[in-house]
Design a binder for this molecule. Structure first.
Ligand SMILES: Cc1cc2nc3c(=O)[nH]c(=O)nc-3n(C[C@H](O)[C@H](O)[C@H](O)COP(=O)(O)OP(=O)(O)OC[C@H]3O[C@@H](n4cnc5c(N)ncnc54)[C@H](O)[C@@H]3O)c2cc1C
Length: 384
């Protein structure tokens, strides 16, 4: 399939594939087993300038868009999506700052994120607020010298590893979502600590922790945009970043398809390689078809984001479709590898575990299906 990528886009893809094959593949099983944060691979990614993809050129980035980030993520996820997400969340943690932050804040934080010296994270979810993000309880009270933050964020990727956190907190509890605001918080701010590191089914190389704020004083200039804009900015950020989750899913599915192909080609049963069985060929063909359809939708959604036009629906579609494909394709890959596929000596059981999260985070697939349905209703009402 031709995707008409530019030479620069192909270079990004090749660079990410090189890191994936030379640096991630040899250690992915160990990272998964030991739940080890991949700091040395983050350094390789930084040295290859891939963190610069999503940062504008004025702040030492390369100023590329969503499609370029998706291309890099797909390749990294083909090897290990736990590593890929640790990289991707730096973009998630930076977008609000990039799109709405003051010049001072951008100059202070973005060059170090672009160089990979500092990782970023994004914190919206709380124990009481998952799919219903409007139920957050973390508060940011205006006091002399800034805002005093109190509350707990849950399930935060890169928590404890990132140096820079974009967090959403209520500056006016009486206004509900209109009273939420976004702040940049440095890791070493007094009153900011980390809770337990979660033990997970998949993406085990990534770190997921609680963030705990107890009278954490953040300077006023760390407020992004205006008070009350936090929820709106968070929703826009998620719309922008969902194709990246789709790309992660496509990478996982591609890796599983290739592993299943290789296995069925070399495994002999009934006197011939499994791949010669028509039923096996049908399964591989269906897997390939689904991966390609998901890739097409993800690239189209990423291009939509880069066009700046309304992308809520296309981003949700790409994330839902690609993550459902990743779950099906990885499950079929385990099936095609038989008992071996169930063992940790083969990569497909890890891919199946890793695929699951893509259906859950950045808006669960059920919630996103309701967003797609609501966009359908809007289109119908507008006769479009
Ligand atoms: C590994 C991991 C990393 C994460 N990283 C981050 C991060 O970096 N930053 C961050 O802010 N958050 C992060 N999250 C949080 C993630 O976005 C939430 O887990 C997700 O939005 C779902 O929320 P929940 O877990 O509270 O599930 P719930 O909201 O409790 O939902 C439980 C189930 O009910 C379904 N459901 C809920 N509401 C509806 C509805 N209206 N209609 C139909 N079904 C519904 C859901 O689809 C789900 O199946 C992470 C989560 C995980 C597991």
């Amino acid at each position: 399939m031709q995707y008409f990528l530019t030479e620069e886009q192909k270079t990004i893809k090749d660079l990410a594939r090189k890191i994936a094959e030379e640096r991630i593949l040899p250690v992915r099983a160990q990272l998964d087993e030991k739940e080890e944060f991949p700091w040395s691979i983050m350094k390789d990614i930084a040295d290859s300038d891939l963190f610069r993809i999503f940062v504008p050129a004025e702040y030492e980035g390369l100023g590329y868009g969503c499609l370029e980030l998706c291309l890099a993520l797909e390749e990294l996820s083909r090897a290990c999506s736990g590593v890929a997400i640790s990289f991707a969340v730096s973009a998630l943690g930076s977008y609000t700052l990039i799109d709405y932050g003051s010049e001072t804040l951008k100059r202070k934080y973005l060059p170090d994120i672009a160089s990979g010296k500092k990782l970023a994270a994004f914190a919206l979810t709380e124990p009481t607020a998952g799919s219903d993000a409007s139920a957050i309880r973390t508060t940011a009270e205006k006091v002399a010298g800034g805002y005093l933050i109190n509350g707990t964020k849950q399930f935060i990727t890169n928590g404890g590893e990132a140096a820079v956190y974009t967090i959403i907190a209520l500056t006016d509890k009486s206004k509900g979502t209109r009273g939420a605001s976004a702040f940049i918080v440095d890791k070493d701010t007094p009153g900011f600590t980390f809770g337990k590191k979660e033990k997970k089914l998949g993406i085990r190389a990534s770190a997921t922790r609680e963030l705990v704020f107890q009278n954490c004083l953040v300077p006023e200039e760390n407020l992004i945009s205006r008070p009350g804009m936090g929820f709106i900015m968070a929703m826009k950020l998620l719309d922008k970043s969902r194709p990246s989750v789709g790309a992660q899913a496509v990478g996982i599915a591609q890796g599983a398809l290739e592993a299943a192909y290789d296995y069925t080609q070399q495994r002999v049963q009934f006197g011939q390689p499994l791949i010669l069985q028509p039923v096996v060929q049908n399964m591989l063909a269906d897997m390939a078809l689904q991966v390609e359809a998901a890739r097409s939708l993800v690239y189209a959604a990423a291009r939509n984001v880069d066009s700046g036009k309304d992308y809520t629906e296309s981003s949700a579609m790409a994330k839902v479709f690609a993550s459902d494909v990743a779950m099906r394709v990885t499950t079929d890959a385990v099936q095609l590898c038989g008992g071996a596929g169930y063992m940790k000596d083969y990569p497909v059981e890890k891919m199946m575990r890793d695929a699951k999260i893509t259906q859950i985070y950045e808006g669960s697939n059920q919630v996103l299906r309701s967003i797609i349905a609501s966009e359908l209703r809007k289109r119908k009402a507008a006769n479009k």
